[in-house]
Design a protein around this ligand. Structure first.
Ligand SMILES: Nc1nc2c(c(=O)[nH]1)N[C@H]1C(S)=C(S)[C@@H](COP(=O)(O)O)O[C@H]1N2
Ligand SMILES: [Mo]
Length: 332
């Protein structure tokens, strides 16, 4: 992956939504209807119908607040930056290509195939896939392997709950995820060059069952923009961003470690585990520090000061146990 420093998707800093405006909006949403905490198990189906937007231009009608643990210096990344500076090679390799090229992509209707070593395989319509699960907001840091990071308020469902629901067999040790292949709508999938498609990622089942892992369907209280992986993408905040596979159409329970795209491309630089680790440098750059794109620097935050990178991206307490006995001094 190259760090390209073009303009920040042409976003002028005055166009960036300040955090205060967003917080305000959320208070309005809360006051206007469903109150956080009303999404209890048992009423999940009706809650889904009440909460899920009917189209992309409508906001979620109130979403329960889930686990979010931010540090004192963590500020939300402005919406325009989170949706204007992206990695989504299906739409091109430049940071502003996804926002520019993903417009014609149609995230609905959508089906998700769940297969492999599980008792309840199936092909589900997007709504049916989501319905049994409570939607939650999770504000997480996201650290790209390229040494920039953001803080994003996601809307999503617990991946642990999804795993349980499909009842993996004892022999299933991993989940493999695949992104859609649709070259007619994804310019990066046409012609030569680029990555081999589909984009593939994976997690160990116990990683996928960690309460921090979610499948996101929205950000900033609205359905995911196409460039962020509509309609469904993975978010695993203690790992480098490339683990967060976008526009998922297939989840397979498998016995062996999935061949994830970036490791398959360049295993000397990208691993399967890809846990954020300030002590293990990328062969071409340091991972000890990062630029936090939160609007705080010039050029829409792109020239933000560097800050120290945290072990497991600051989620060590929650996830370190998954890797007990593993050698963390390698990029894997
Ligand atoms: N299918 C697919 N998923 C992907 C990528 C990609 O190129 N294709 N890029 C990854 C990388 S490198 C990062 S950093 C994050 C970026 O997510 P964002 O654009 O929503 O911030 O998406 C990840 N998911
Ligand atoms: Mo990334």
């Amino acid at each position: 992956m190259l760090i390209r420093r073009k303009k920040a998707s042409g976003v002028a800093s005055h166009e960036i939504t300040p955090e205060s405006v967003y917080l305000n909006r959320r208070q309005i949403i809360k006051a206007s209807g469903l109150v956080a905490g009303s999404l209890v198990a048992g009423s999940a189906v009706s809650a889904f119908d009440a909460v899920m937007p009917k189209d992309k231009t409508t906001k979620f009608a109130g979403v329960a607040k889930g686990y979010s643990k931010l540090g004192e210096t963590d500020k939300l990344t402005p919406l325009e930056l989170a949706t204007g500076y992206n990695n989504f090679y299906e739409f091109g390799t430049g940071k502003d290509d996804p926002a520019q090229n993903a417009g014609p992509f149609k995230p609905l209707p959508w089906t998700i195939k769940v297969d492999g070593l599980c008792a309840k395989p199936g092909t589900l319509d997007f709504d049916d896939f989501l319905k049994p699960h409570a939607l939650e907001e999770r504000i997480y840091r996201m650290r790209c392997v390229e040494a920039w990071s953001m803080v994003i308020p996601w809307v999503g469902i617990s991946l642990a709950d999804v795993v349980k629901r499909f009842e993996p067999q004892g022999s299933a040790k991993y989940i493999q995820f695949e992104t859609i292949v649709r070259p007619e709508e994804m310019v990066g999938q046409r012609g030569r060059g680029g990555l081999p498609w589909p984009y593939v990622e994976g997690l160990r089942i116990d990683e996928a069952s960690n309460p921090l892992a979610i499948l996101a369907v929205g950000l900033y209280g609205a359905p995911l923009p196409n460039q962020n992986g509509a309609p469904l993408r993975l978010v695993v905040p203690w790992k480098y961003g490339f683990k967060g596979i976008k526009s998922i159409v297939r989840m397979s329970f498998v016995e062996n470690e999935p061949k994830n795209t970036w490791k398959a491309m360049q295993s000397s630089e990208y691993g399967f585990y890809a846990n954020v680790n300030p002590k293990v440098d990328h062969p071409r750059w340091t991972q000890a520090s990062e630029r936090r794109l939160d609007g705080g620097g010039s050029l829409g935050g792109l020239l933000a000061a560097r800050r120290p990178t945290l072990m497991f991206n600051g989620y060590e307490e929650e996830v370190a146990g998954l890797y007990a006995g593993m050698n963390l001094a390698t990029h894997y």
